[in-house]
Design a binder for this molecule. Structure first.
Ligand SMILES: Cc1cc2nc3c(=O)[nH]c(=O)nc-3n(C[C@H](O)[C@H](O)[C@H](O)COP(=O)(O)O)c2cc1C
Length: 370
């Protein structure tokens, strides 16, 4: 179909070769085995359904450590059992000809002592009012008040990221993505609504990106730069985020990332204000602006359908387009977009947690025969 022609042309992202540009977004679904946060047979089925020949999946956010957890049932990548669980998933995706990268996650202040093994959640600065929710064995509960991460604790955090990156390799992923958006730990350091530090990790944009760059260096000691991406959400207020000058910060970050020749920069458009609130139809601002600063591949996410995704590619705002909610409801989304087939509606009630319902029971398209 002419209107989706660029979406269905091949592209190489770093050293990841794809035959189309309909990418599956990282999507927390909270179906891992508890206790242990271990990827299980249900997750295997879910990812296998959504793998496509030459297509890229970005895994759901995956905790690098116990203290990085905030949502019961979200998987981790810090134990041997988790590596084995993920290995079955990466093998299945590869068998279908697809690619899959792991999103590395530390939630920072968005947590509760029941999730962190009793440790207080950490953030860039303490005393910043925050009314977020964590998901524990008691359901959604208000987060535990957090404390500022100490400089002398940063080496341990970096070790955890490096270990997680190494385990991601053992688990057979094609690469890793650093989650530096949506108000989690790295974002809490980036934006000055949450980062009020006066040391070398606070103040100027240069200081606020320092932790992200240090984490990146650890990840790059394990993975080739061509297999590492970074996800950011400039201007998103999700999880209580804000910055007094997001353009200054994210321009600086995008330009600085050029130093590493990464596989990609993954950008959530400002029209996404929460994980599930998207003002569709607004222009693709962030990818277009950051394209001027960042010289590598750009993945753009937030409120796309097949038509607007093709427009973003034609306008050269992005190199590939990332779909979240439509991928939840349409395991065969690339085919549906390519052939202009109708899309299944998604059910918000089954986004987070639960069982097979709303997870692996969305049907693939079948032509109705009379
Ligand atoms: C149920 C759900 C879970 C999500 N989990 C994650 C996540 O784990 N990591 C992340 O970076 N973004 C997460 N997001 C944001 C999506 O990746 C995506 O940016 C957002 O849904 C907007 O894209 P869409 O309009 O195509 O759905 C989540 C969104 C939803 C709806």
């Amino acid at each position: 179909m002419t209107e989706t022609r660029k979406l269905f042309t091949p592209i190489t992202i770093g050293s990841i070769e794809l035959s189309h540009r309909v990418v599956m977004a990282p999507l927390t679904r909270m179906r891992a085995d508890v206790p242990g946060d271990v990827p299980n047979a249900l997750m295997l089925e879910y990812y296998t359904q959504r793998a496509s020949q030459g297509g890229l999946i970005i895994s759901e956010a995956t905790a690098i450590s116990i203290t990085g957890r905030g949502y019961l049932g979200a998987p981790g990548i810090y134990s041997d059992a988790q590596v084995a669980g993920w290995r079955r998933i990466t093998d299945a995706v590869h068998t279908k000809g697809g690619k899959i990268v792991l999103q590395l996650w530390h939630v920072g202040r968005t947590s509760h002592v029941d999730m962190t093994g009793g440790a207080l959640p950490v953030s860039a600065s303490e005393g910043v009012p925050y009314e977020g929710m964590a998901y524990t064995q008691d359901g959604w509960v208000p987060v535990t008040p957090n404390r500022a991460l100490k400089v002398e604790e940063i080496p341990t955090l970096l070790d955890e990221y490096r270990a997680a990156a190494r385990r991601a390799k053992e688990a057979g992923f094609d690469g890793v993505e650093l989650h530096a958006g949506n108000g989690y730990l790295l974002d809490q350091f980036l934006q000055n609504g949450t980062n009020r530090r006066t040391d070398q990790y606070g103040g100027s944009p240069e200081n606020r990106v320092r932790l992200l760059l240090e984490v990146l260096e650890q990840v790059l000691s394990v993975w080739s730069n061509e297999r590492v991406g970074v996800r950011i959400s400039p201007s998103s207020h999700f999880n209580g985020m804000s910055d007094t000058d997001p353009k200054l910060l994210f321009d600086y970050l995008a330009e600085t990332l050029n130093r590493f020749s990464l596989a990609y920069l993954h950008i959530i458009e400002p029209r996404v204000s929460g994980n599930t609130e998207v003002a569709e139809g607004l222009p693709v601002v962030a990818s277009r602006e950051l394209r001027k600063m960042f010289h590598g591949r750009i993945l753009s996410a937030g409120g796309f359908d097949g038509g607007s995704a093709e427009e973003a590619l034609q306008a050269d705002d992005a190199d590939a387009v990332v779909f979240g909610r439509f991928f939840i409801a349409n395991p065969d989304l690339p085919r549906r977009i390519q052939e202009g087939l109708p899309l299944n509606p998604y059910d918000r009630n089954t986004f987070y947690g639960g069982d097979a319902h709303g997870y692996i029971d969305y049907p693939v398209y079948e032509a109705v025969t009379v």
